[in-house]
Design a protein around this ligand. Structure first.
Ligand code: ATP
Ligand code: MG
Length: 408
């Protein structure tokens, strides 16, 4: 069974935490966050489930907490997915206009779209999201509706986010094992963008980078449509690993040092400063040079941004980011990460906040909840698109696909 149409639930099965967010759409079509549940995640690595038993226990806790706070019974979720197998491509559909008068007909447009949809994916891959861009007629870009125009060639680009079908199925199975339905599967990077970008920023062109614990999702919007998306199998936990290795401290201590003293660039005022950790659980105390600590972090952060910058540059999109770069995810809390990103991208960088959404302020202000909140927003768009059901059967038919080809 599915939630009532006004109740929308987003579920992110993250590497650091499982997060369920409940939203309700009121009569004025406004989205209000009414509940949030979270649980430390124990069965996920690099954004994908590696221990389904533990992951399911943790999902159950997060869902129960969200149900209690929102005072609803959750029956279905918009499920966020990520992982290094997720990638994107653009497929161009080309159609020659053959009529004698060269007037573009409805059929010409349909054929161009059909060709764009004939995407060749790597073996075992499935489409998660397919987005149509504007049309081109004889090389003229940005055409909204070519029907009735004159031309000899109609073209359209289809942007596709895809992933390995088996790896996408794993989180779906875990959710279904808990007697919950999946309304739709959504790429986490897309959800994050829907949460932190305004429609104006999506039109102007922006890059959203969601830096989590195990992965970093990124997505480029331009002209209101998705232009590029991808996943780096590196996140905030790699900063912790680097510190543990570089400072020769256990992981738990490295995590604490990262949060207490970390920065994405070396801060002048800490040069020469040290901190001495207390001896505990058989571990001797240790004196840490803070410049060394921040230097280790700055190298990894710079490398992460450089990898994304190279990818965006290779896709020819760096000059289209008029609204700059927006960071979210738990690791966007690292001090001076904004400046570090500005140095690499040579663009203005801001820290993302969930916008145009009301409700529990403590959730809306946390960068690590941006993805789960964005899943709710995605759901609200989907619910709006659904034809008002005339029968229960049609509702089920409409929503039961695991991989709905959504046009966002
Ligand atoms: N104040 C902070 N300073 C530095 N890092 C932080 C801070 N708060 C959280 N983090 C880091 O953010 C990461 C967790 O982010 P988030 O909750 O967005 O991850 P997730 O969504 O569970 O994981 P993923 O999306 O990668 O599967 C961890 O690496 C954590 O150490
Ligand atoms: Mg995340």
């Amino acid at each position: 069974m599915f939630n009532s149409p006004s109740v929308i639930v987003g579920l992110e099965i993250g590497t650091s935490k499982i997060c369920a967010v409940v939203g309700e759409v009121n009569e004025s079509d406004e989205l209000n966050i009414t509940g949030i549940g979270q649980c430390r995640s124990r069965g996920v690595r690099k954004g994908e489930i590696v221990d389904s038993g533990r992951a399911e226990e943790d999902i159950r806790v997060a869902i129960a907490e969200a149900e209690q706070m929102a005072d609803v019974e959750i029956r279905s979720v918009y499920l966020g997915v990520t992982g290094s197998h997720i990638a994107s491509l653009v497929n161009r559909g080309v159609h020659p206009v053959v009529s004698a008068d060269r007037e573009i007909s409805n059929d010409d447009v349909e054929d161009a779209i059909k060709n764009a949809k004939a995407v060749r994916l790597p073996a075992d891959n499935e489409i998660l999201h397919a987005t149509r861009h504007h049309f081109m007629v004889d090389g003229q870009e940005g055409i909204v509706d070519p029907v009735g125009m004159l031309g000899s060639r109609v073209e359209i680009d289809m942007h596709v986010i895809h992933g390995n079908i088996n790896r996408l199925q794993n989180p779906i199975r875990s959710v279904k094992n808990l007697q919950l339905e999946v309304d739709s599967v959504v790429f986490n990077g897309l959800a994050a963008a829907l949460s932190v970008l305004t429609p104006e920023q999506r039109r102007m062109g922006a890059l959203v980078i969601d830096i989590g614990g195990g992965v970093t999702n990124y997505i480029v919007y331009g002209g209101g449509a998705i232009k590029h998306a991808g996943v780096l199998a590196v996140g905030g936990d790699h900063l912790t690993n680097d510190l543990a290795y570089g400072l020769k401290v256990p992981l738990k201590r490295a995590e604490q040092l990262k949060v207490d003293y970390g920065a994405a660039l070396v801060t002048d005022s800490i040069r020469g400063q040290t901190v001495t950790t207390v001896a505990e659980l058989g571990l001797p105390s240790k004196t840490i040079n803070l410049e060394h600590l921040q230097h280790i972090m700055s190298l990894r952060v710079e490398e992460m941004f450089q990898l994304i910058e190279q990818e965006i540059a290779a896709a020819g999109l760096l000059n289209y980011l008029s609204a700059g770069v927006v960071l979210c995810g738990g690791a966007s809390r690292v001090p001076r990460i904004q400046e570090a990103a500005e140095r690499v991208f040579q663009l203005p960088v801001t820290l993302g906040r969930a916008n145009s959404i009301s409700g529990i302020k403590s959730a809306l202000d946390q960068p690590e909840f941006a993805t789960a909140i964005g899943l709710v927003r995605f759901g609200s768009f989907q619910e709006k698109r659904k034809p008002r059901a005339t029968s229960l059967g049609s509702v089920i038919k409409e929503t039961f696909f695991s991989f709905r080809r959504s046009m966002v």
